[in-house]
Design a protein around this ligand. Structure first.
Ligand code: ZN
Length: 337
């Protein structure tokens, strides 16, 4: 009987122990789940670390980036201004560097806007006259190239994110002047035909002379640029309507005459006159006649382009201004007033 009692007692004790363990297990699971504990600890750790150590650094970085975004265009502008004095070592010599679309032109100096590279429309160059915030005009420079002034005109245009059109005299394209012409082309400017000798007017010379003046000049241009010119400027602006049609070019005269050649040797008063001639007459869509072989013309041009830029004008080639292509050959544009 004692034995039975002992066995019963042992059984009851075992049951009590077993039941106790069974009750404890859930409690232990809830209270000491190691996973929950770790997660909580991590959360706590991260929340603590971010404000105390990381965030100040992030703030510092953000400030630095903001300063860079503001600063970069200013740096670019300074670089652009530095280009004013032509540096022969920086001249592009490879036609591949020629901007293939106006969007590749320099940044807008006033806004610091980067030129868009238009990666989404690789096949169609952007229209440089598309931005309706601005008014567009075309500067034309006759009678070059010039070994020094061509660079100056090109670089001044580039400083304002612009390009122009250079109507060249074929027999002046040699040596340093040929290099200057290539520079103008490589910088995105339009090169057009003026004449080969600059000795004949196209409304009075012979047919054979008319044709040879154009063809010889076009060959000289194509030899340097690899491109057949699209536009032509008659000597003195004179040309018969039948020769316009047979010329094979879009014939371009002008509607703002700087008369710069008249004041080429008139000192600073001459420069002032040239400036006034252009500024008082220029309006949206105009083609302005200047000559790239006079220093007075260049001095005046620097003031003209600066003023017109501030007035909201931007500077494109004749072909860009008039949206010319092959279909425009044989037509006359502007009246050479
Ligand atoms: Zn001329």
């Amino acid at each position: 009987m004692k034995k039975l009692t002992l066995i019963l007692c042992a059984l009851m004790l075992s049951a009590a122990i077993f039941c106790g363990c069974a009750e404890k297990t859930p409690d232990n699971t809830i209270n000491t789940n190691p996973t929950d504990e770790v997660e909580t600890n991590i959360t706590t750790t991260v929340e603590t670390v971010i404000p105390s150590t990381i965030k100040p650094e992030e703030t510092t970085e953000t400030t630095t980036e903001a300063e860079e975004i503001v600063y970069k265009p200013i740096t670019d502008n300074k670089v652009s201004e530095d280009i004013v004095e032509p540096d022969p070592t920086e001249k592009p010599t490879n036609p591949a560097t020629r901007p293939t679309s106006p969007s590749a032109k320099p940044s807008n100096p006033s806004t610091g806007d980067e030129a868009t590279t238009s990666p989404t429309t690789p096949t169609k160059p952007a229209d440089p006259t598309e931005d309706k915030r601005y008014k567009y005009i075309a500067f034309t420079f006759d009678d070059g190239p010039h070994y020094d002034l061509t660079y100056k005109f090109v670089d001044k245009l580039a400083e304002y994110g612009g390009v122009g059109t250079f109507y060249v005299v074929g027999n002046r394209v040699y040596g340093q002047q040929a290099s200057a012409l290539k520079y103008a082309y490589d910088m995105g400017n339009e090169i057009g035909v003026h004449g080969y000798t600059h000795e004949y007017y196209y409304d009075s010379c012979s047919d054979s002379r008319f044709k040879s003046e154009l063809s010889k000049t076009a060959k000289v241009i194509k030899d340097i640029t690899g491109e057949q010119p699209l536009t032509m400027r008659p000597i003195g602006g004179g040309i018969t309507s039948s020769r316009v049609k047979s010329s094979g070019y879009a014939v371009i005269n002008w509607n703002v005459d700087s008369n710069d050649w008249r004041y080429a040797a008139s000192g600073s008063s001459g420069v002032k006159t040239i400036v006034n001639n252009v500024l008082r007459a220029t309006d949206e869509g105009d083609i302005i006649l200047m000559h790239e072989i006079y220093y007075n013309s260049y001095d005046a041009f620097c003031e003209i382009i600066d003023t017109l830029y501030d007035r909201g004008y931007r500077f494109v080639t004749v072909s860009q201004l008039l949206h010319l292509d092959e279909s425009n050959k044989g037509k006359l544009y502007y009246s050479a007033d």
